[in-house]
Ligand binder design. Structure first.
Ligand SMILES: Nc1nc2c(c(=O)[nH]1)N[C@H]1C(S)=C(S)[C@@H](COP(=O)(O)OP(=O)(O)OC[C@H]3O[C@@H](n4cnc5c(=O)[nH]c(N)nc54)[C@H](O)[C@@H]3O)O[C@H]1N2
Ligand SMILES: Nc1nc2c(c(=O)[nH]1)N[C@H]1C(S)=C(S)[C@@H](COP(=O)(O)OP(=O)(O)OC[C@H]3O[C@@H](n4cnc5c(=O)[nH]c(N)nc54)[C@H](O)[C@@H]3O)O[C@H]1N2
Ligand SMILES: [Mo]
Length: 753
């Protein structure tokens, strides 16, 4: 009997869509009608959910089961043995208990960074954290791969946590459309990226706003190695990667020497400009940061800098900075320098002026929306208070007990014996993956919950099959979005997959902490509980939030929370009266010089914004061997490495395409679609050449997201840029990922390689 086709709406980090099911299978998807620019990412959903790379049953690495030193060196090369769930859970519970008893909870790493899925209850990281918390805690991680350097520097400068600043203290799209005359975009504003947002984005608006900007006659300057980082209609200044701070200093020098600086603003609202300007003018180091000086570094000619500086000073100007700029060595500096430049222009606190961070990076930035209290699954308290900056994971595993510096603190790495990962794919996301592979061979046990045999699952000892969001009921509510979604269970779990919550409940039972973990609630009871709390917490908003049964019936609701009436002008109160509404910095002002940072005594970050040559850039000595700068942006056709299996099946899509300028291609005898080897001293991967003049000469671009697959000589055959990137903290301030600081060479692939 052919069952009839059913169609329900669900949501995801890339937005809502309709899912067609038949006979317990997903057979296709359709766009969500109310979305003006729906994402194409879900087109691969049916293929991915039922893909042969789904983890079917609990799987154990053979060498690990054999005991002894557990042949750790075989991780990633060994076979897996499948076991029934009950036996598997017994083994996992016993192993966790053993490690806790023998080495204590400080030997468990549960940071488990990753985007997991959009539903709020079945959020894999929250589930893992709660489970480890009721078992005595774990070593955690702080900040994110996305914005770690920004999260460290912004509070020193503005006295506001970066997450709050980028979501709530920025000009919104309607204000920008109405007031901004010059939009200066460092790293562009790319609708390809704002396709996604943590927890979802239902209205994809970025393209629409750029049409609006066209109508208002706004002048837009895209300062980026790739013209495609901004929608068409912008001027392009093709900056050399990693040199934006020098360019900003060049512009600042013009403002200062041509007396275009708003001195009153600097005097009333900032601290430390005098000390910074001594550096700017060369009094401290004998080197004025003139446009001529900057031009030699950043590749943008001095006259263009002068013209830009003058027009920034004479019009309402918004400086925007992409998150990518701080994912680089000394990535704190362009963020601080952009704030300083905006302060010199004196437009902070005026509508459509000042500085903004991360427009286009995710859909939630710039949306005029009334904020609500969130919908969260409580993680409980972590009795262990040791954490690492998130991107220092390989450093930690390779250097137990060793000291490191972080934002003014001296810390020590824990001695990790067991790694537990749920909802992330470090063998896609971390830098220098050959080094990570070494690091992952250190602990005694690596446990992963995953729906798919990702690069990380393949390198674990124990892999427990997790459901995808389409196989369980959930609720979603995202920051910056006005929608609430019920996410129905659309199909039964694939293979023997179980929900993370079900897995942890069973483990908690075996470890005698079931009551503490579940509080006696089933998944359904947790959903009602969380949802009731959410409604209560938001009762003061005086809007109609349906009850859970109504939401189940309706599938979704658009709450009256979005619109121009919710647009607030950032720093308006501070501008109005800096005495009455001071910033939460030590001085109460915007800190162009920070005594706090100066007191850390870090050579790479004195007390003011500062240009320092990165170790790898086109001006480095190393560029004689590796003359191409690699940028590794987010992939346009998917979210990170999710559903990669379905794309990898498509003809001609793997290895991934690397963009190269036509001059650089010609110099190497490369033509479109050629297969190449991309390499440096850290590793090599294959890629497919895409020749274009949309990228600056000297720069190549290879997006993230391929599942690392080593061939016999250690080359990645899929095109994952992280086999090439460098695993070094941005600086001792942020200790973030510095993926964009990477030099490589590209050569035609010989048939033997
Ligand atoms: N070179 C370079 N590297 C980068 C970046 C860069 O710009 N350049 N960007 C970095 C940034 S900003 C980020 S955020 C990271 C992203 O890196 P990740 O967040 O690690 O990437 P994802 O592919 O989203 O990984 C999520 C994983 O969770 C799994 N998953 C989904 N739902 C569930 C679930 O319910 N349960 C369980 N157990 N698992 C689930 C998915 O299958 C997937 O494997 O990459 C970083 N890496
Ligand atoms: N479709 C899709 N969208 C995504 C994601 C995804 O996986 N897929 N991931 C999301 C996540 S987790 C994050 S954190 C955001 C990240 O958002 P961003 O950090 O803004 O995005 P990226 O794509 O890493 O980089 C944007 C551009 O920065 C430019 N760039 C690199 N280095 C430099 C530099 O030194 N100077 C200048 N001026 N430009 C430079 C590159 O040309 C690159 O294309 O994207 C989010 N959006
Ligand atoms: Mo990110």
């Amino acid at each position: 009997m052919a069952a009839k086709i059913e169609s329900r709406v669900t949501t995801s980090h890339w937005g809502a869509f309709r899912v067609l099911t038949n006979n317990n299978r997903i057979i296709g998807t359709e766009p969500f009608a109310a979305d003006p620019h729906p994402s194409q990412i879900s087109e691969t959903l049916a293929a991915a959910v039922h893909h042969k790379t789904r983890v079917a049953r609990p799987s154990f690495r053979r060498g690990w089961l054999a005991g002894g030193d557990r042949s750790r060196a075989l991780r990633g090369r060994d076979e897996f043995v499948e076991l029934p769930w009950d036996e598997a859970l017994d083994i996992v519970a016993a192993e966790l208990q053993r490690v806790i008893d023998e080495h204590g909870n400080e030997s468990i790493f549960g940071g488990s960074y990753g985007w997991a899925s959009a539903g709020r209850f079945h959020h894999a990281l929250s589930q893992l954290h709660r489970f480890l918390n009721v078992n005595g805690g774990y070593v955690s991680s702080v900040a994110s791969y996305s914005t770690a350097a920004a999260q460290a520097i912004i509070p020193h400068v503005f006295g506001i946590p970066f997450l709050k600043l980028y979501l709530s203290v920025q000009n919104t799209w309607p204000t920008i459309a109405r007031h901004t005359q010059t939009l200066v975009m460092f790293g562009g504003i790319n609708p390809k990226n704002s396709q996604v947002s943590m927890g979802g984005v239902t209205h994809h608006e970025t393209d629409g706003w750029f049409h609006e900007f066209d109508r208002s006659g706004m002048r837009r300057i895209n300062i980026s190695p790739q013209i495609t980082d901004s929608p068409p209609g912008s001027e392009w200044l093709a900056v050399i990667p990693g040199t934006d701070t020098a360019l900003m200093l060049g512009i600042a020098h013009v403002l200062e020497t041509e007396n275009l600086v708003e001195r009153e603003f600097l005097a009333g609202y900032t601290t430390g400009y005098e000390r910074f300007s001594r550096y700017l003018l060369g009094a401290t180091d004998g080197q004025p940061k003139s446009p001529e000086w900057a031009a030699k570094i950043c590749g943008i000619d001095a006259e263009a800098q002068r013209k830009l500086a003058r027009s920034m000073a004479s019009t309402r100007t918004l400086i925007t900075v992409a998150w990518s700029l701080q994912r680089a060595q000394n990535g704190e500096q362009p963020y601080w320098m952009a704030a300083t430049l905006a302060a010199m222009l004196g437009q902070i606190g005026l509508p459509g002026g000042g500085v903004g961070y991360g427009y286009g990076a995710i859909g939630a930035v710039g949306v005029a929306v009334k904020r609500m209290h969130g919908l969260t699954f409580p993680q409980g308290e972590n009795p262990v208070n040791t954490s690492i900056p998130v991107a220092r994971v390989a450093d930690m595993l390779l250097n137990p007990g060793e000291p490191y510096d972080f934002n003014g603190e001296r810390r020590h790495y824990a001695d990790i014996r067991l790694v537990y990962w749920c909802g992330g794919n470090p063998f896609h996301h971390h830098q220098d993956l050959n080094r990570l592979q070494q690091a992952f061979r250190q602990p005694e046990t690596v446990i992963v919950h995953e729906p798919w045999w990702t690069a990380t699952a393949q390198r674990a000892d124990i892999v427990l099959p997790a459901t995808t969001p389409y196989e369980r009921e959930d609720i979603s509510r995202a920051l910056g979005d006005s929608y609430l979604f019920h996410m129905p269970r659309l199909i039964d779990p694939v293979g023997e997959a179980r929900d993370d919550y079900a897995i942890f409940s069973e483990l908690a039972d075996r470890m005698e902490v079931k009551q503490a973990f579940t509080e006696g609630r089933s998944s359904e009871q947790w959903l009602s509980h969380m949802y009731d709390e959410f409604r209560n917490d938001n009762s003061d908003l005086e809007i109609d939030i349906p009850d859970l049964d109504q939401l189940r019936q309706q599938n979704w609701v658009d709450l009256p929370l979005r619109g121009e009436q919710f647009a607030e002008i950032p720093f308006a109160a501070f501008r109005q009266d800096p005495e009455k509404s001071p910033l939460a910095t030590p001085s109460g002002r915007i800190e162009i010089f920070s005594e706090t940072i100066a007191s850390f005594d870090y050579a790479e970050c004195p007390g003011h914004p500062y240009w320092q040559e990165p170790d790898e850039w086109l001006g480095a000595e190393m560029a004689s061997r590796y003359p191409l700068h690699l940028v590794s942006p987010q992939p346009g056709d998917k979210l990170h490495s999710q559903m990669e299996c379905a794309l990898a099946d498509e003809q001609g899509l793997r290895p991934s395409a690397i963009e190269i300028n036509s001059k650089d291609a010609a110099a190497r005898g490369l033509r479109d679609a050629d297969l190449v080897r991309v390499f440096n001293d850290r590793g090599a991967c294959h890629a497919r050449i895409h020749v274009t003049d949309d990228i600056r000469s000297g720069v190549v671009s290879l997006p993230t997201g391929a599942w690392l697959t080593h061939n016999s000589d250690g080359t990645d055959t899929q095109g994952n840029p992280n086999i090439l990137t460098r695993d070094l903290g941005t600086s001792r301030i942020g200790q973030g990922s510095s993926a964009h600081t990477t030099l490589v060479e590209v050569a035609l692939l010989d048939s033997e390689q």
